[in-house]
Design a protein. Structure first.
Ligand SMILES: [Zn+2]
Length: 227
């Protein structure tokens, strides 16, 4: 379960990416922040993959939101990490994921990839995939249900969280995103007992990206990962 915001081409920001990582259905051992090759992200100690991350080489941020319904034997986080390491752009990372998930070996999920040019969502359920890419989309919100594939569960809480996050659309700044990340009620985005970590990337024009993370509930504060 997760909440993801991806945006580009904003007034103040060329790129904004945010994910609150909620507890997965599978056994959770722990997570930390790591830089593996050129990819920085929230590393899952059990799966040895990343729930979300950012490649400083390609300028692509990516995250995965689990969807309940289909169980696969391969790790979505391992695939995301590999694709972020190999892909040269958000489009390229998306192509790597799309080809791999179509084999039907991964649990159902939505993958979100974002760079300064594109935002791509891949819905994956068994061997079925649906890719949404529209170059005019500057802001995309993803929680734990599909919009295009008619499969997978659609928890009420997931719908509420998504509706709430969409309100952000007209004004995306570091401040507005982080304020939402720590919201506690109706619906909670910072979910005590559920949210395990939080990760955000903000890039202003001509500046180096700022990578922020929290390895506990985001309301307890963010640290900056120095690149
Ligand atoms: Zn909180």
């Amino acid at each position: 379960m997760c909440s993801i915001i991806a945006a580009n081409g904003q007034k103040e920001l060329d790129l904004a990416f945010f994910e609150n990582r909620d507890r997965p259905k599978e056994t959770f051992i722990g997570n930390d922040i790591r830089k593996i090759g050129e990819v920085i992200g929230i590393y899952d100690l059990r799966a040895r993959g990343m729930a979300c991350g950012y490649s400083i080489k390609s300028g692509t941020a990516g995250g995965v939101a689990n969807i309940l319904g289909y169980t696969g034997n391969k790790s979505r986080g391992v695939l995301l990490l590999k694709a972020l390491q190999e892909g040269k752009s958000a489009d390229d990372v998306a192509n790597i994921i799309k080809t791999e998930v179509a084999l039907g070996e991964y649990g159902s999920a939505t993958y979100v990839l974002c760079d300064e040019e594109s935002i791509i969502n891949i819905e994956s359920f068994g061997r079925m995939t649906h890719v949404s890419e529209n170059r005019r989309r500057k802001f995309v919100v993803t929680t734990n249900h599909f919009h295009n594939l008619r499969s997978g569960k659609k928890p009420e809480n997931s719908v509420l969280r998504e509706k709430y996050l969409e309100r952000l659309g007209s004004k995306i700044t570091e401040e507005s995103v982080l304020k939402l990340a720590t919201r506690h009620r109706d619906p909670a985005i910072c979910r005590h007992g559920r949210t395990l970590a939080s990760f955000a990337v903000f890039k202003e024009q001509g500046e180096k990206p700022r990578i922020l993370y929290s390895l506990e509930e985001p309301c307890k504060g963010y640290k900056e990962f120095s690149v």
